[in-house]
Write a protein that binds this ligand. Structure first.
Ligand code: ADP
Ligand code: MG
Length: 231
């Protein structure tokens, strides 16, 4: 059994069909999909220690099996610049979560590196009952949310198909650099699409996968949030 299967087994054992961000990012790492550095803290002292190891600025996030949309409950605080910021954010997140969902089980607080703002893209996968897994690509923000500017291919995809997906979305010119946005590392996006395709082909129990957003830089990229839902 590979590490990804082990993670899925643990998730099922816990009575869930969805992965926590820590678990989803661990699966991404298994497949070489770049993610932000992260560590799960169980106390305020540990959160500060991890922040120092990762390096400021950091982001703190709630990790709970009962909270899927973390920012909806005030469970994400970004741009923490020192130990005091981390301690304050740690308390604030627990307070916010208590207010919104008093009975939520809390696994800990995730400390992660803050990915500098850049062009955001979205890579996803959904399983069609007839065609099997399909891979989705879009450029983040209003392009996906409002304009539904996304494209799909049935998995497995080839490198050529991955490149087509990227160039056929309407917002593609943004990836070539626009105003204060640097040109994006297209090869890295191609790579992420191919690795996502490999992941869902090798693990057919994945019902939905969502890497949203991925910050893309002139060189490299970082997945900031990841969700995986199992059948
Ligand atoms: P949610 O569960 O609400 O989707 P996210 O993890 O996506 O929570 O966090 C909400 C938003 O906060 C993200 O869309 C992103 O804009 C910002 N964010 C979260 N984590 C990071 C990070 N590590 N670096 C930079 N921005 C982040
Ligand atoms: Mg998100």
């Amino acid at each position: 059994m590979d590490k990804t299967e082990k993670i899925f087994m643990e998730v099922r054992k816990a009575g869930r069909n969805y992965l926590l961000e820590t678990e989803a990012k661990s699966v991404c790492m298994e497949y070489g999909i770049p993610v932000t550095k992260f560590k799960l803290a169980k106390s305020e002292v540990e959160a500060v220690k991890f922040a120092e190891e990762i390096g400021y600025p950091v982001v703190l996030k709630i990790v709970s099996p009962h909270i899927l949309h973390k920012s909806d409950v005030g469970g994400v605080i970004v741009n923490l610049k020192d130990a005091k910021d981390v301690r304050d954010a740690y308390k604030k997140i627990l307070e916010n979560v208590k207010k919104h969902k008093a009975d939520a089980k809390i696994e800990g607080i995730l400390v992660q590196e803050m990915a500098p703002t850049s062009t955001e893209v979205i890579v996803g996968a959904v399983k069609d009952p007839q065609f099997g897994p399909a891979i989705m690509f879009g450029i983040g923000g209003i392009f996906v949310e409002v304009l539904k500017d996304v494209t799909f291919r049935i998995a497995p995809i080839t490198e050529e198909e991955a490149r087509e997906m990227i160039t056929e979305v309407k917002a593609y010119p943004l990836l070539k650099g626009y105003r204060n946005l640097p040109p994006a590392d297209i090869n890295t996006i191609v790579n992420i699409l191919l690795k996502t395709s490999k992941l869902v082909m090798e693990h057919q129990e994945i019902k939905e996968l969502d890497l949203n957003p991925i910050m893309v830089y002139e060189k490299g990229a970082k997945t900031v949030d990841a969700r995986i839902i199992l059948e």
